[in-house]
Design a protein around this ligand. Structure first.
Ligand code: 8DG
Length: 171
C-alpha cells in the first residue's frame, strides 16, 4: 500500500467534490543543461484542441495505460505526442490535483537526454521557457512544478505571467 504523503491541490470548480480514485499521469520535465550541468530552459507544450483545458500550457505527458510503469508511460507518451525518444527519466515529485473532470496523480520526472526531432503530433505548440514563464495560461496542476523549480533555482518573484484582465476601463 502506498503510504507516502502526496501534496494536493483543488482546481477552480472542483471544490467540495466527493473523494475519487486518482488517474495516474506520467509527466516529463525536459530540461536543457549547460556543459557544467546547470539546469536551464524547460519545455512546455500547449494542450491540443478537443482535450479538457485546451490551449493551457503544461509539461508534456499523459495517462498510464494498464500495466505500465510511470517511465514506460512517459516514454510512450513523449514519442506519440512530441516525437522524441527519451533517455533516463528521473522520478522527481508527485502531486494530486482535483479537477472537475477527474482527480489526477501527477508523477513528474526530470529528463535531460532525448533523441529525435520535436514534432507536435497533436497540433500542440511547444515553447522552451525560463522563470518566469511567459506563455499563458498555465494549467493549475503545472503551477506547483514552477514553484519547485523556483525553489531549486533560488528564483525570487513570479513563476509565471497571469493573463491580463484587459486595459483599464475609461470612466
Ligand atoms: N501532461 C500533463 N498533464 C497535466 C499536467 N498538469 C496537470 O494537471 N495535468 C492533468 C491534465 C489532465 O487532467 C491529465 C493528463 O491527461 P491527458 O488527457 O492530457 O492525457 P492523455 O494524453 O493520456 O489523454 P488522452 O489520450 O486520454 O486524450 O493531467 C502537466 O503538467 N502535464
Amino acid at each position: 500500500m502506498d503510504t507516502k504523503t502526496t501534496a494536493s491541490l483543488v482546481a477552480p470548480g472542483a471544490e467540495g467534490l466527493p473523494e475519487r480514485a486518482p488517474v495516474h499521469v506520467a509527466v516529463g520535465v525536459l530540461i536543457e543543461r549547460d556543459a557544467d550541468g546547470h539546469e536551464g530552459r524547460f519545455l512546455l507544450t500547449s494542450r491540443p484542441e478537443g482535450k479538457v483545458y485546451a490551449g493551457y500550457w503544461e509539461f508534456p505527458g499523459g495517462k498510464l495505460e494498464a500495466g505500465e510503469s510511470v517511465e514506460q508511460a512517459l516514454r510512450r507518451e513523449l514519442h506519440e505526442e512530441i516525437g522524441i525518444d527519451i533517455g533516463a527519466a528521473h522520478a522527481w515529485r508527485e502531486i494530486e490535483v482535483d479537477y472537475p473532470h477527474a482527480r489526477v496523480r501527477l508523477h513528474f520526472c526530470k529528463v535531460f537526454d532525448w533523441t529525435g526531432e520535436f514534432q507536435m503530433r497533436e497540433a500542440q505548440t511547444m515553447a522552451w521557457q525560463e522563470l518566469p514563464v511567459e506563455v499563458m495560461p498555465v494549467l493549475p496542476g503545472t503551477i506547483p512544478v514552477l514553484q519547485w523549480l523556483a525553489e531549486e533555482r533560488a528564483h525570487a518573484g513570479a513563476t509565471h505571467l497571469q493573463p491580463s484582465a484587459g486595459p483599464p476601463q475609461a470612466g
